[in-house]
Design a protein around this ligand. Structure first.
Ligand code: AP5
Length: 227
């Protein structure tokens, strides 16, 4: 099964991708992690991506489609994959669909994690991540030690206030239209209210995958800020 995770920066895509990966036995493919690893390794792809990432802009579609081509045709993705933040423009959605069609596959499910802007800014401005395994943490200072791998926690450059503002704007302008694109292509986008404890959100996502419909939080009105 190939699952695409959509949602604004800070919605919890990475957090949920790890948990869903463990529950469903599918590898997580996060283009942000792939690009940061390329940068650490000093590859051409990483160096090309750096300036875009630091500002909170999107890396060119050609770079992302190159990554998706490599990973989706690799043996690791034979059973499927959870694509975390890997589709952020309509040309990327089109390119991925065409590439998968060539190998007789398709995107099976699309999950959209919905959180309003105030909560997103709070999460991103207090987040640290492990330099080694990329696990995100809330409320841990830079320099603390990662529980999973013993790596050092750091603040991401694109979690500075100006870059956060830009990432939210880029999401609205370039990524939100992907939701409509999937809808127009007969894909039911499963909208999850992701402003809830992590385990609750995982439960909602698993239920949505099983039942084929989204999950709104108890007693919540219509949410709209993150489209
Ligand atoms: P990427 O690393 O994917 O960043 P992002 O999309 O901005 O997403 P984040 O990692 O910031 O947030 P998330 O939704 O994964 O939330 P998380 O689980 O960490 O991409 C970085 C850059 O790479 C992009 O800006 C772009 O330049 C480039 N790029 C990548 N893919 C691209 C593509 N396809 N096209 C073009 N460019 C691309 O959670 C956030 C925080 O909240 C954490 O601290 C976490 O602990 C906490 N948290 C999570 N869930 C909850 C919860 N339920 N309650 C409370 N706190 C929570």
């Amino acid at each position: 099964m190939i699952i695409v995770l959509l949602g604004p920066p800070g919605a919890g895509k990475g957090t949920q991708a790890d948990l869903l990966s463990a529950r469903l036995g599918l590898p997580k493919i996060a283009t942000g992690d792939v690009l940061r690893a390329a940068l650490r390794d000093g590859t051409k792809r990483g160096l090309e991506a750096k300036a875009y990432m630091d500002r909170g802009d999107l890396v060119p579609d050609s770079v992302i489609l190159g990554i998706l081509q490599d990973v989706m045709t690799s043996p690791a993705a034979k059973k499927g994959a959870i694509l975390d933040g890997a589709v952020r423009t309509v040309p990327q959605a089109e390119g991925l669909a065409a590439m998968l069609k060539q190998i007789g596959r398709k995107v099976d499910k699309v999950l959209l994690f919905d959180v309003d802007d105030e909560e997103l800014v709070k999460r991103l401005s207090t987040r640290t991540v492990c330099e080694g395994c990329q696990t995100p943490y809330m409320g841990r200072e830079p320099g603390s030690v990662c529980e999973k791998c013993g790596g050092r926690l750091v603040r991401r450059k694109d979690d500075e206030p100006e870059a956060i503002r830009n990432r939210l704007e880029v999401y609205r302008r370039q990524t939100a239209p992907v939701i409509g694109w999937y809808g127009n292509n007969k894909m039911n986008v499963l909208r999850i209210d992701a402003d809830a404890p992590v385990e609750t959100v995982t439960g909602r996502a698993l239920k949505a995958l099983e039942e084929g419909r989204g999950a709104r939080g108890e007693g919540r009105g219509k949410r709209g800020k993150s489209k």
